[in-house]
Design a protein around this ligand. Sequence first.
Ligand code: ZN
Ligand code: ZN
Length: 83
Amino acid sequence: MHPSRRNVESWTKTLEKLLKGDLKMVQCRICHEEDLDSNMESPCSCSGSLKYAHRKCVQRWCNEKGDTTCEICHQVLFSRSSS
Ligand SMILES: [Zn+2]
Ligand SMILES: [Zn+2]
């Protein structure tokens, strides 16, 4: 995915942070794409490689399943944080 032109400047700053180790890339457990951990949510109590998912992926997953509970830890997704 290419960043749009107006996002190039902020993307460059993001890359600098990434190279310095301030940010890290993590994998979405739903779509399996890598993204910055700052762009990801940890919607439940799962940890490790299952910890992170995009908010939009979780929402899509919940819509498809008709369920808002994590299959693995059985916690209601996003129940901990409302921000
Ligand atoms: Zn995703
Ligand atoms: Zn879970």
